[in-house]
Design a protein around this ligand. Structure first.
Ligand code: SAM
Ligand code: SF4
Length: 451
């Protein structure tokens, strides 16, 4: 056998060990599960990088920091090759799609680079690397389909909850965003394929599914043209599926029909992640988001009217090119009015190839620097207040896992997305339990089971 690779004979008798490190969003978490599935005939999961025969980095390029993390991890795992010369290192995901061959040039330890449209080719690429000993870079053009659709059906890492990708790519071209460049055009999976996967998951014990897409509200069955509401109605009929969530909803495509469906369908949870990005109309327009702050608020008000207990979470970008203090204050206003349960907030990061990367910014970076912590402090206060308001209530919790920090505690979630910790036995994972909330912490609530 040429080159450094896991020996094929070894593969036949004794499967190798695979470690996939996920960067970024839930879509990457789902793709990582599919990478394990595609390679399940030859590799079993490894507990750490150190024990792996193959390490795959499933990367994210949404912000510069995410990209830097990939290169610093590559630097850290490179010495593993000194102790295990047959170790293979692969880089996939958005950074791979964008950087391609450059990764091979910059990081000699990398054996395989595969783009976002090549995930399904990974078993072949590994084989190629092992057989021919040459480093491989395969970054193909957009195929117009969801590349993980044909992955063998396997259960994800969690037992009670699962992610399910319904579409890939994005056609929105928000001025700051690299997703359309690295994930390609939007394409939806046929509904029957999604429903089959959902039935498989529920038959294997899953009680809550989160549908995934960059803009789920514009989902369209490629064969029938049926939209997202119709998909939710079909999911409602999956026997045994108790909770249904979806991310991400683009506010411009969030229709009153969808708000009514959320209120009417009993499986759909009373929580929605509705990324606003900014509160200023000037900034929203420069971002090319396709809605005004008033239009966004109309959707929030309709949802609150139809589902009084609904909780909102969001994403904010702070310091977009040309954003002034007066604009930033509109974002603070939005936060205070909506009272988000939680928010992911980011400093604007110019991404290569996006419209915003080429925009002039007359506002001094030093002026903007304190804005992100200011926003985060305000959100923390709102979150703390909301958590405090929950104390004393009894809630239904789907038990998801053992608390990572305290093994005699369990962790679960309410339908409205509050994270709850409480003492209990791991046999309860996958069960719905009633919990009386006794106190609150920064990101979770603490309680006691009542039955
Ligand atoms: N498709 C979703 C939407 O439109 O709301 C979001 C997708 S993106 C993977 C997740 C979040 O990353 C965005 O909502 C945005 O807040 C943030 N983000 C994207 N590009 C960014 C950039 N260049 N700088 C800072 N944050 C960014
Ligand atoms: Fe990016 Fe905008 Fe598409 Fe979301 S909707 S993925 S922010 S381009």
């Amino acid at each position: 056998m040429e080159g450094n690779g896991h020996s094929p004979e070894n593969e036949m008798n004794d499967p190798g060990k695979l470690f996939v490190k996920t960067f970024g969003c839930q879509m990457n978490v789902y793709d990582t599960e599919k990478i394990y599935a595609f390679l399940q005939d030859s590799y079993v999961p490894a507990a750490s990088e150190e024990e792996a025969d193959v390490i795959i980095l499933n990367t994210c390029s949404i912000r510069e920091k995410a990209e830097q993390k990939v290169y610093s991890l590559l630097g850290r795992i490179k010495p593993l090759k000194d102790v295990k010369p047959n170790l293979l290192i692969g880089v996939g995901g958005c950074v791979a799609q964008q950087e391609g061959e450059r990764i091979l040039r910059r990081s000699p330890a990398v054996d395989i680079v595969f783009g976002t449209h090549n995930v399904d080719e990974l078993p072949r690429l590994l084989e190629e690397r092992i057989k021919f000993g040459k480093r491989v870079c395969r970054v193909r053009e957009d195929t117009g389909t969801v590349p993980t659709s044909d992955a063998p059906r396997v259960m994800g890492s969690k037992r009670a909850t699962a992610l399910l990708t319904i579409m890939k790519g994005c056609d929105n071209y928000c001025a700051y965003c690299v997703v359309p460049l690295v994930r390609g055009r939007e394409a939806s999976r046929p509904a029957p394929e999604i429903l089959d996967e959902a039935i498989f998951l529920v038959e294997n014990g899953v009680r809550e599914i989160t549908l995934l897409g960059q803009n789920v509200n514009s989902y369209h069955d490629p064969d029938t043209g049926a939209g997202f509401v119709s998909l939710l109605e079909s999911m409602e009929l999956v026997p045994g599926l108790e909770r249904l969530r979806f991310v991400t909803s683009h506010p411009k495509d969030f229709s009153p029909e969808l708000a009514h469906a959320m209120a009417d369908l009993s499986s759909v949870c009373e929580h929605i992640h509705l990324p606003v990005q900014a509160g200023s109309d000037r900034v929203l327009s420069a971002m090319k988001r396709g809605y005004s702050s008033r239009q966004y608020m109309d959707k929030i008000e309709l949802l609150t009217k139809l589902i009084p207990e609904v909780e909102f979470t969001t994403d904010f970008i702070v310091g977009f090119p040309g954003e002034k203090r007066v604009d930033f204050e509109r974002t603070l206003d939005m936060l205070s009015v909506v009272k988000y349960q939680n928010a992911f907030s980011f400093r604007f990061s110019p991404r290569p190839g996006t419209a915003a990367a080429a925009m002039e910014d007359p506002v001094d970076a030093e002026v903007k620097r304190p804005w992100l912590p200011e926003l985060q402090n305000l959100q923390n206060q709102v979150t703390a207040e909301k958590h405090q308001n929950m104390v004393g209530r009894e809630v239904e919790v789907l038990v998801e896992s053992v608390d990572k920090k305290k093994s005699c505690f369990l962790e679960g979630r309410t339908r409205t997305n509050y994270i709850v910790h409480f003492p209990g036995d791991s046999a309860l994972i996958g069960q719905m339990v009633q919990v009386k909330l006794a106190s609150s912490r920064t990101i979770h609530l603490i309680g006691e089971m009542v039955n």
